[in-house]
Ligand binder design. Structure first.
Ligand code: GDG
Length: 490
């Protein structure tokens, strides 16, 4: 088995200063970490990433934080300016909104691109220092799309391992991508990887469409479930690999005593009510205001639901240093206040709102206790919360209302109730349908969704990606031998 080197912007934990020589270590929350951490813990390997603090990295606390990880951790340091321009800037003010089709939220500040390249070069240097030619290098996500180009500029091509990349967020259609000032440079950089993985068929199709339109020198050849791009005498394979979750671990933990107890407590706090759950990082792509407006609309138009349904909305703080995120939180606070102010009675409050991260037991207890999950991203690479909800429904019941623009909809669509998050009335009608759906009907759908999430789990995802990559490493090795032979003959 090849050594696995994971490269992502963030490490699976964040270090934070709590005063002179005092440090806190907080586990990172987010889809990438949820998916990749169990894999690396099982197989071992190396994780290269940033520990979340600007400036010098304190070695003692880092060693302490990674002692029991089960894999090596290589930190990458970022200065405050780099953090601002690469992470908050290019990654989160340009790529994130653009790739979620929210181009009006973009700030195309030219200086951001320089910082993006510079920081990607830093990650490339860390890879060079910490990898061997036969390692499997797997770069993750939109922060690091320039890494392969930086690596190729640093290493002579015959010394490179196969370089692979997976994009966790959606890839936008051409008409949106075309707004990116660095569109050609970015595509060229992506084409320096040997394997490119996307979440869904839709993302893969969008990417190929952009390559066809923007890169006239590239030739796209379709081959069954994998596409191949011929570019600058190299072949780049392109596929879609929908990410999954560690189903067994969620199912197992959801059945444990502590989760059962907490789940019963939750249910007992809302007698005679159906519980609906929304759980998201604080992000404008997750459709939280739209969901709240739909819930308000449902309470207005379906008065029978008043007093009989509670929406528990968990919002996990994220990127709060960015002013837009701060303003966005204000919008959510006001909507929750409006709904509760208008509809609450002395015995019933319609929205239970938590602005904090729950620990795993509490999160799983919410999955177990809630009759309906209500997840309405405007666009989402996958949405793991939807899959985690299904895995934790150990009694095989519960309804899932899911945005048609979440990647997970491609796999769960026959059984999830799909909604358009821009259509508040349709969402409200779907809330009413879910509310009235009988147990037998819910159970048939949930069983099928659980089967899918159990089968196409995170290990299946990794295996299919690594399998596509391994075919590639053989090819890269052959190519390397050919180059060496030619050099010797000369
Ligand atoms: C990106 C893409 C793609 C949620 N609340 C709490 C908590 N969570 C965990 C969930 C889940 C993760 O956070 C969120 O994952 P998502 O997939 O829903 O969303 P992103 O963070 O935006 O992830 C996304 C994903 O990458 C993977 O490829 O699906 O489309 O945007 O795992 O469990 N965790 C804790 N407390 C909470 O309150 N501890």
């Amino acid at each position: 088995m090849k050594r696995l080197i994971i490269v992502s912007n963030r490490l699976p934990f964040a270090l934070d200063s709590a005063g002179e020589d005092l440090w806190t270590v907080t586990p990172a929350v987010g889809g990438l970490v949820s998916a990749v951490e169990p894999v690396l813990r099982e197989r071992g390997g190396t994780w290269i990433g940033w520990p979340g603090i600007a400036g010098k990295i304190p070695q003692g606390p880092l060693a302490e934080a990674t002692r029991d990880a089960g894999y090596n951790v290589v930190p990458v340091a970022l200065s405050q300016t780099e953090r601002d321009e690469f992470y908050y800037g290019y990654s989160n003010e340009v790529i994130w909104p653009l790739f979620h089709d929210l181009q009006n939220f973009c700030n195309f500040e030219p200086a951001y691109w320089q910082a993006y390249k510079q920081v990607n070069e830093r990650y490339a240097d860390a890879i060079v220092r910490n990898s061997r030619p036969d390692d499997f290098i797997w770069v993750h996500d939109y922060h690091l799309m320039y890494v392969a180009q930086a690596l190729r500029e640093r290493t002579r091509s015959q010394n490179l391992s196969a370089l692979t990349f997976f994009l966790h967020i959606p890839f936008p259609p051409y008409d949106i991508f075309a707004k990116l000032p660095q569109q050609r440079r970015l595509l060229r950089a992506l084409l320096q990887f040997d394997l490119l993985g996307f979440q869904t068929r839709r993302d893969e199709r969008n990417f190929l469409q952009c390559v066809r339109r923007v890169m006239p020198d590239a030739r796209v050849i379709s081959r069954g479930d994998m596409d191949v791009i011929q570019f600058e005498q190299r072949k780049i394979r392109v596929g879609h690999f929908p990410i999954g979750i560690d189903f067994n671990s969620f199912e197992h933990d959801a059945k444990c005593e502590a989760v059962a107890r907490r789940s019963q407590q939750l249910r007992a706090s809302f007698p005679d009510c159906q519980l609906m759950l929304g759980s998201d990082r604080l992000d404008y792509s997750k459709g939280i205001p739209e969901r709240l407006r739909a819930f308000r609309n449902a309470l207005e138009r379906y008065p029978d639901m008043r007093g009989r349904v509670v929406l528990i909305q968990i919002v996990v703080p994220s990127r709060v240093e960015i002013p837009r995120y701060h303003e966005f939180k204000g919008r959510i606070d006001r909507l929750v206040g409006d709904i509760n102010g208008r509809f609450s009675t002395s015995t019933w409050i319609p929205v239970q709102y938590h602005f904090r991260s729950l620990d795993r037991i509490d999160l799983l207890a919410h999955y177990r206790a809630c009759d309906i999950a209500f997840l309405t991203p405007l666009k989402d690479g996958m949405n793991l919360v939807a899959k985690e909800y299904c895995a934790c429904r150990t009694s095989e019941d519960g309804a899932l209302i899911l945005s048609q623009f979440a990647g997970a909809a491609e796999q769960l669509k026959p059984d999830a109730l799909l909604v358009n998050p821009y259509d508040v009335e349709q969402m409200a009608d779907t809330v009413s349908i879910a509310f009235c759906m009988n147990q037998a009907h819910r159970s048939t759908r949930m069983k099928r969704m659980r089967r899918n999430v159990r089968t196409e789990n995170v290990f299946w995802w990794v295996d299919s990606f690594l399998a596509a990559g391994s075919r590639l490493t053989t090819k890269v090795a052959t190519q390397r031998r050919d180059i060496q032979r030619r050099t010797v003959r000369r």
